[in-house]
Design a protein around this ligand. Structure first.
Ligand SMILES: *Cc1c(COP(=O)(O)O)cnc(C)c1O
Length: 362
């Protein structure tokens, strides 16, 4: 596959080549049934098997303990921003948010539509270039929950460990770093992720939810936005995004073949080190704006002296087969998203390109 791009897209993002090839093989006729998986009922045993197996694989790979539901929902992580307060922010309570960047801001904004919110900690004064010290996160013991964004995809800052919130349910948006490293899921009451960064294509949002969160949800929530309905119906209340779930299934099998999350984390660290080293050893030619201790293993943000040179970098990178290195339009600069499916070889090629570009421009 010589013509596959070095894909550093932020999302939707690279998928493993083996997964795409398997999907291609099964596209027109799925496992001998004379049809594509997209052409059959979600009530069929074939799809039920995909649904159940995908849940099981996720439980196994992520070490999800008993007492949790795995749901496949629609509407992206953005719909979760609203569903969380709708379901869990009771009258008379407040919801705590750790403000770490653009995605956390969007989550807070939705919660404010439904009730009182508290900013438990914020790195806004540091321009979101640093994850707050865990000791500086104020845990209100009466809060309905504490919400954090484990990896800020746009700024490139990532939690390295998580706060102990005691009896306050901890909820995490892991859209851009789920399954990139082992996590103690039992610390969380809920973890959610839009699939299109680390899990598969867009169209499905994975929600991992502790059973005790499902008790006595408010009655006035629309049916499709109720976690209890989706849990009771095994994510089959209405027509699910079946093909997206199937693609997640293939990605999970691929992760298993790689050796699971411990192995993936090691590979991800090696990939990331190549690029951070190119930044750190450039004598200031490249600058990583994120605090060393908060650097993301999934989204590496960096800057050059001025925007003209950054434009030149993007243009020349594209001529050399690299895709997606332009930073998010809201922050500018450059960004390499190095999700699970981005091969080591792509990161090596980028690090080499960065050194070469520096030589030619300094
Ligand atoms: C991409 C992203 C989102 C938004 O996801 P959608 O599925 O597009 O709604 C939310 N949070 C984080 C951390 C993201 O990276």
């Amino acid at each position: 596959m010589g013509n596959r791009a070095y894909n550093f897209n932020a999302g939707p993002a690279a998928l493993p080549l083996e997964v795409l090839q398997k999907a291609q093989e099964e596209l027109v006729e799925y496992q001998g049934i004379g049809m594509s998986l997209m052409e059959i009922s979600h009530r069929s045993t074939h799809y039920e098997r995909v649904n159940d197996e995908t849940q099981q694989l996720l439980k196994e790979l992520f070490g999800i303990p008993d007492g949790y539901q795995v749901l496949f929902l629609q509407g992206g992580a953005s719909t979760q921003f609203a569903m969380i307060p709708m379901n869990f922010l009771r009258a008379g309570k407040s919801a705590s948010y750790v403000l770490t960047g653009a995605w956390a801001e969007k989550a807070v904004k939705e919660a404010q539509l439904f009730g009182e919110t508290i900013i438990a900690a914020s790195s806004e004064a540091d321009k979101f270039m640093k994850i707050p010290d865990l000791r500086d996160i104020k845990i209100d013991p009466h809060a309905a929950y504490l919400h954090l964004t484990s990896n800020e995809t746009i700024e490139g800052a990532q939690f390295q460990s998580f706060p102990d919130t005691g009896n306050v349910p901890l909820i995490a948006d892991m859209s851009s770093d789920i399954l990139s490293r082992p996590v103690d899921v039992s610390q969380f009451s809920m973890i959610y992720a839009g699939a299109q960064k680390n899990l598969g294509p867009s169209g499905v949002t994975v929600v991992i939810l502790k059973d005790d969160m499902l008790q006595d949800l408010p009655k006035n929530i629309p049916t499709m936005l109720r976690y209890d309905i989706h849990a009771k119906n095994n994510s089959l209340y209405n027509t699910p995004p079946a093909y997206s779930v199937y693609m997640v299934n293939l990605v999970l099998k691929w992760i298993k073949e790689q050796g699971g999350l411990t192995v993936l984390e090691q590979i991800n660290r090696k990939k990331t080190a190549l690029i951070y080293n190119a930044i750190d050893q450039s004598g200031g030619f490249y600058r990583g704006p994120v605090d060393q201790g908060s650097r993301s293993m999934m989204n590496i943000t960096f800057r050059l002296q001025d925007e003209e040179l950054e434009k030149k970098f993007v243009k020349e990178s594209e001529q050399n087969g690299f895709v997606g290195l332009k930073g998010h339009r809201s922050v500018g600069g450059l960004r390499a998203s190095t999700y699970n499916a981005v091969p080591y070889e792509s990161c090596k090629a980028l690090a080499d390109f960065m050194v070469d570009f520096q030589h030619r421009n300094s």
